[in-house]
Design a protein around this ligand. Structure first.
Ligand SMILES: NC(=O)c1ccc[n+]([C@@H]2O[C@H](COP(=O)([O-])OP(=O)(O)OC[C@H]3O[C@@H](n4cnc5c(N)ncnc54)[C@H](OP(=O)(O)O)[C@@H]3O)[C@@H](O)[C@H]2O)c1
Length: 271
């Protein structure tokens, strides 16, 4: 129980902040009174306090003073002014976890006086439904315990893996942008079925469940995706006919290029 007895503070109670809190509470890792949230939007604070029973404060510094683990969950453009504001309240035994896209741990460390553990996390949108995919990276002063705590927080909202910070642009291009790739694939397959006469609603149920099922089989069997693909491809059969069309269109090469383009863009934006 890496989070037992911990007080967790969230700076920013927007979409991601709410998803993180929901994951923690649903997994029973901490109780609502152990969580405090600050946000400049007082309506969000009222909402979070009523819906999730967490403590709220308008003052970021008050949340930092109260917490052992502090999650920075504001938009990237708000991070530097936030760090200036909270710096006087920071203690070296705290752990800072930032989910702000493109903000390096070095920048955060530079605002916090002394060797404070900073962990950077790249989550993705399905955290909002408890099926997120997050990569967790240690900053210079973050040890094993800080990583374990961050992994526990994000595993409660889906799955979490550890990755060096140098690979976070790649993670952004893979799982950060990944939901959009999946939606495009789903939309195309649904359109294909609608074209042949299947109603959109039924086509959506069938193919979204197919994507979930295929993903679950890959995770649970640990097999190479090529092997699972071969298992459903009868020689001379229907799947082989469909796969040939995808090969002709160079689908795999396109996907490789998409991850590359998104990772490059992530690197340019974090500059
Ligand atoms: N959403 C995703 O799918 C996703 C995926 C990966 C990473 N992230 C990262 O997660 C972070 C949060 O994203 P989000 O989607 O949760 O954004 P969001 O819904 O806009 O939430 C941010 C919240 O912080 C508040 N805020 C702004 N400045 C503040 C300050 N100085 N002090 C306290 N609160 C402040 C905002 O209030 P106002 O609305 O009034 O400004 C808002 O309620 C971002 O850095 C983003 O890069 C998000």
């Amino acid at each position: 129980m890496p989070l037992k007895g911990q007080k967790i503070g969230l700076l920013g109670g927007g979409a991601m902040g709410e998803a993180i809190i929901t994951g923690l509470l649903r997994a029973g890792l901490v109780a609502p009174p152990a969580i405090s949230v600050s946000d400049i939007n007082t309506k969000r604070l009222e909402y979070l306090s009523q819906k999730l029973g967490v403590r709220t404060a308008a003052d970021n510094g008050a949340v930092v003073k109260d917490a052992g683990i502090v999650v920075i969950a504001v938009k990237p453009h708000a991070v530097t002014s936030l760090l200036q504001e909270i710096a006087p309240a920071v203690r070296p035994e705290q752990i800072f976890i930032s989910i702000a896209a493109g903000i390096p741990t070095k920048l955060i460390e530079s605002y916090l006086d002394g060797p404070v553990p900073v962990v950077r996390v790249m989550p993705n949108m399905p955290c909002l439904v408890g099926e997120g995919a997050s990569a967790v990276s240690a900053g210079e002063f973050a040890g094993k315990e800080s990583i374990q705590k961050a992994m526990a927080i994000f595993a409660a909202a889906g799955k979490a893996v550890e990755a060096p910070e140098t690979l976070l642009d790649c993670v952004t291009g893979l799982s950060g942008s990944g939901p959009a790739y999946m939606y495009m694939v789903l939309e195309g397959l649904i359109d294909g079925a609608v074209r042949l006469g299947l109603p959109r609603g039924e086509a959506t149920v069938l193919i979204t469940q197919t994507m979930l099922g295929a993903a679950k089989m890959l995770l649970e069997t640990g097999e190479h995706p090529g092997k699972l693909k071969d298992m459903v491809t009868t020689p001379g059969g229907t799947t082989a006919a469909g796969l040939f069309v995808l090969e002709e269109g160079a689908l795999k090469a396109l996907l490789i290029k998409a991850v590359d383009a998104a990772a490059r863009r992530s690197s340019e934006l974090s500059g």
